[in-house]
Design a protein around this ligand. Structure first.
Ligand code: CTP
Ligand code: CA
Length: 227
C-alpha cells in the first residue's frame, strides 16, 4: 500500500485537461482553426493519470489516438469546450488548460456552402468566452489552475499579465523563438511562472518530459493547498 501511495501520489484527485485546437464553423464545409496538435495536453493527461489522478480530457479535433483509460470528451467549437469545461470544473482538483481556443468565432454560420463571388470577402467575428479566465474567477483555494501562454514578443511580461488577470496558480510560457518548440513538434521549451512569481526556465525537451515537469509542480501545489 505504501509503494502504491508513492507511485500514485494523486490517487483520489480529479483532473481536467483541455487539449488541441477548436474549430469554428463558417459554413457546412469550412471552419476557422489553428495548428495545435494536442500533443502537449495529451501528454499532461497521460502523466496525471500515471500519477493516480482520475482524468477527464476535453479535446478538440486532433490526429492523436484517444488515450487509454482516460475519460475523453471530444468537442469542436470554443462554445462546446466552454460547456464541457464548466460542467467538469466544479469537482476537479487540478485543471490544466492547454487547448488553443479560438479567440473569435463567426457571428453567423451559413446554412449553405458559401459560393465565391467578389474578389474580396470578409466574415464578421465575435469574441469567444475566455474559458480559463472564467474558471479563474470561480476557482477555490483548493484547486490548482494552470494556463498556457503563447507569445512572440515581451514574452515574460505578457505571460505574467495573463497569470494575474486570469487568477492562475501557474502559467506555462511556450517559446516560439526556439526551433523545435511550439505547434506540431514533439519537443517544447517552456518557462513556468507561479503565482508567487517563481520563474523556472526549462531546456528544450520532449513534450512528454515537459508534461512531467508541469505535473511535478502541480503535485507540490496540490499537496500544499489540498493535502
Ligand atoms: N484560453 C481559454 N479560452 C479562450 C482563449 C484562451 O481558455 N477563449 C486559454 C488557453 O487555453 C490558454 C490561455 O487561455 O491556457 C492563454 O491563451 P493565449 O491565446 O495565450 O492568451 P489569450 O488570453 O487568448 O490572449 P492573446 O491570444 O490575445 O495573447
Ligand atoms: Ca488567444
Amino acid at each position: 500500500i505504501q509503494s502504491l501511495d508513492l507511485d500514485q501520489p494523486l490517487k483520489g484527485k480529479k483532473a481536467l485537461v483541455t487539449a488541441g485546437p477548436t474549430y469554428e464553423a463558417i459554413d457546412p464545409v469550412r471552419f476557422i482553426g489553428n495548428y495545435s496538435s494536442g500533443k502537449m495536453g495529451y501528454a499532461i493527461a497521460n502523466r496525471l493519470k500515471q500519477l493516480g489522478a482520475q482524468v477527464t480530457l476535453i479535446t478538440g479535433p486532433t490526429a492523436l489516438p484517444i488515450p487509454q483509460e482516460i475519460e475523453t470528451i471530444s468537442i469542436q467549437s470554443a462554445q462546446q469546450m466552454y460547456d464541457a469545461s464548466t460542467s467538469v470544473f466544479p469537482t476537479a482538483d487540478i485543471i490544466v488548460m492547454s487547448a488553443a481556443v479560438a479567440d473569435y468565432t463567426p457571428i453567423d454560420i451559413s446554412k449553405e456552402k458559401i459560393k465565391k463571388k467578389s474578389d474580396t470577402f470578409s466574415i464578421q467575428l465575435k469574441k469567444t468566452t475566455d474559458i480559463l479566465a472564467f474558471l479563474g474567477q470561480h476557482k477555490t483555494s483548493k484547486q490548482t489552475l494552470v494556463g498556457f501562454a503563447l507569445e512572440t514578443n515581451n514574452e515574460l511580461v505578457h505571460a505574467k499579465e495573463k497569470l494575474i488577470r486570469k487568477n492562475l496558480d501557474f502559467i506555462v510560457l511556450n517559446s516560439m523563438k526556439d526551433k523545435g518548440a511550439g505547434f506540431g513538434t514533439d519537443t517544447n521549451k517552456v518557462t513556468i511562472i507561479s503565482k508567487e512569481d517563481t520563474i523556472k526556465n526549462f531546456q528544450l525537451k520532449t513534450k512528454v518530459e515537459v508534461a512531467n515537469d508541469i505535473c511535478e509542480l502541480i503535485l507540490v501545489h496540490q499537496k500544499a493547498v489540498n493535502p
